[in-house]
Ligand binder design. Structure first.
Ligand code: GLN
Length: 557
């Protein structure tokens, strides 16, 4: 591996409360440093004990973001990949569980040579080692390390200790940013700094003295408040940065430039801006993308039929964040504004299910995303039947593609009770079935990191929609699934009715893309993989762009 002359690190920690956009702030910091000409990468640390994010409930935890190498990580990793326009490696993500697992494995392998293995320093040292390994593998000159959780809580103490140890080892190469919350209580109408002052104290108790404080708030911070925070710490007013809510998260790097955060951070790291040609190009490409997000001439209404929207009266779209962002990128590049409605799959099943489908007429396109388990499945199938018959543009992702195949088997080929064995183990027509090697894993209750994961190649068939969209005969996309479309002896019957397998694994064994003949339906495509994971602001995904264009051109006026 090539050696980077000097690796620098910026630790980003949170104060006051979680959920204030620490990940987006950290990604934006990475972006503005990229603009100065440095190679920037990111590491995300989650304090929970789960070894990775693959086994977590999407309603509770949001999307699982799968990396190229198949590692199942937190959705924040998606933000880093999208902002930095890079693919990260598995070393870029860690949890309390994964770190302890590593330390225990090393102990069992006698790597500590008989020494007593202690929580401190051995656990934080394992964290430090992994951060350095990630930086080296990514060939990063600057690595942003986001520590999940908030200062003062029990869970992330060992990670803060790792950050402190790194500063002690490399005093000139490590900087700290505290991202804190500044409330504006209704009854006062004034921005309050006290919670941030207390967070600063808690951070200092851990032996960490921040170099920069970013104050997240609905509004911009004035000088008076900047001064208050500065005087309660060892910082200058200049080191206190405003982080107001903006209409688009992709505008945040630009705002930070007006606060000169790029120059300030480089100074703390003893670096000078490189300002090379590549950096200039990168910056103007980003600015032009941000401009495009604000300019649209046309509009389409898209319904997303999902099942992880949270509970009660609150609709949370966190489980589908990459799908939403992928739509936004294609929207910006095609000049089409996307209006998204969240549709609960469960509302389209049962007694009134089919009747409720009639209301889908108002959508210019319907997207059915991925998912697991039985809930909402019949609703998804009913929706797909409606959009197929009514020629509404359809885009199915993973479970969405699987259910499109089930719907076709049931309603076009009259394979009564056709299904996926994930939902009905006794179905007479298991058009979607588990792969033999996956079956063995499930019998052993081996659920962690054991699906078909990460990047796999596919070959596209000539004269198909897929081939036209990708403008290529071979592709690579990221996967996360246990079940597969297996048509076997029925393949010809499907084909005769216009159901085409337009993409498959290089050995021809695993279908990757299905579509309906354009003579039957103007735009009906389903993919076994997750194209949303590779969509980037500067590189929109062709499938999402094609879906929006089809929705616009078939729009009912
Ligand atoms: N549950 C399905 C499977 O495991 C689909 C997975 C998905 O949509 N990510 O194959």
């Amino acid at each position: 591996m090539p050696k980077i002359r000097k690796q620098k690190y910026i630790f980003v920690v949170g104060g006051v409360m979680s959920g204030v956009g620490k990940g987006i702030t950290a990604s934006s910091i990475g972006k503005i440093l990229q603009f100065t000409g440095y190679k920037v990468s990111a590491v995300k640390i989650d304090p929970y004990v789960n070894v990775d994010a693959g086994t977590m409930n999407p309603t509770e935890h949001g999307e699982t973001f799968v990396l190229e190498d198949g590692y199942e990580t937190d959705q924040d990793m998606g933000n880093y990949e999208r902002f930095l326009n890079t693919s990260l490696c598995r070393e870029s993500y860690m949890t309390t569980g994964s770190i302890y697992q590593k330390v225990i494995r090393d102990e069992r392998a006698l790597k500590y040579k008989g020494k007593t293995v202690s929580v401190v320093p051995h656990v934080p040292m394992a964290v430090v080692e992994q951060i350095k390994k990630a930086a080296t593998k990514e060939e990063a000159e600057i690595t942003i390390v986001e520590i999940g959780g908030t200062v003062g809580e029990y869970e992330n103490i060992l990670f803060l200790e790792s950050a402190r140890m790194m500063k002690r080892m490399h005093p000139d190469d490590v900087a700290f940013v505290l991202v804190s919350y500044l409330p504006v209580p209704n009854m006062l109408g004034e921005m309050k700094t006290k919670p941030t002052q207390l967070a600063l104290r808690r951070l200092q108790e851990s032996g960490i003295f921040p170099d920069i404080v970013v104050g997240r708030s609905p509004h911009e911070m004035d000088d008076r408040r900047k001064r208050k925070i500065a005087t309660s710490s060892m910082l200058y007013t200049d080191d206190i940065i405003s982080g107001p809510n903006l209409k688009s998260i992709y505008d945040i790097p630009n705002f930070f430039l007006t606060e000169k955060l790029d120059k300030k951070l480089l100074r703390k790291l003893h670096l000078r801006p490189k300002n090379n040609k590549q950096a200039q190009k990168n910056k103007s490409a980003w600015q032009s993308f941000v401009r495009k997000t604000k300019k649209h001439t046309n509009k389409v209404k898209i319904g997303i039929v999902g099942k992880y929207f949270g509970t009660g009266n609150f609709i949370l779209s966190d489980a589908y964040v990459s799908v939403i962002e992928a739509l936004k990128f294609s929207a910006a590049h095609t000049g089409i504004k996307v209006d998204i409605d969240w549709l609960q799959a469960q509302n389209y099943e049962g007694k009134n299910g089919k009747r409720n489908c009639a209301a889908l007429k108002k959508y210019d396109g319907i997207l059915v995303p991925g998912g697991f388990g039985k809930s909402g499945i019949e609703g998804k199938i009913n929706v797909i039947e409606y959009v197929r018959k009514n020629k509404i543009p359809f885009f199915g992702i993973c479970l969405g593609m699987q259910m499109a195949s089930v719907e076709f088997a049931r309603n076009v080929l009259n394979f009564d009770k056709a299904h996926s064995t994930e939902s009905d183990q006794k179905t007479p027509y298991p058009v979607i079935d588990i792969l033999p090697e996956q079956k063995k894993r499930l019998t052993k209750r081996d659920y962690g990191g054991s699906m078909r994961l990460g990047a796999h190649d596919a070959i596209l068939k000539e004269d198909t929609l897929a081939r036209k969209i990708y403008r290529s005969d071979s592709i690579s996309e990221r996967h996360r699934h246990r079940y597969e479309l297996i048509l076997g002896e029925h393949e010809n019957a499907f084909e005769e009715k216009g159901f085409i397998i337009s993409g498959a694994s290089p050995d021809g064994q695993l279908p990757e893309i299905i579509e309906l003949d354009t003579k039957i339906h103007p735009f009906f495509i389903g993919v076994q993989f997750h194209p949303e994971l590779k969509a980037r602001p500067l590189v929109p995904h062709p499938l999402f762009s094609a879906f929006l264009k089809a929705s616009l051109s078939l729009k009912k006026l």
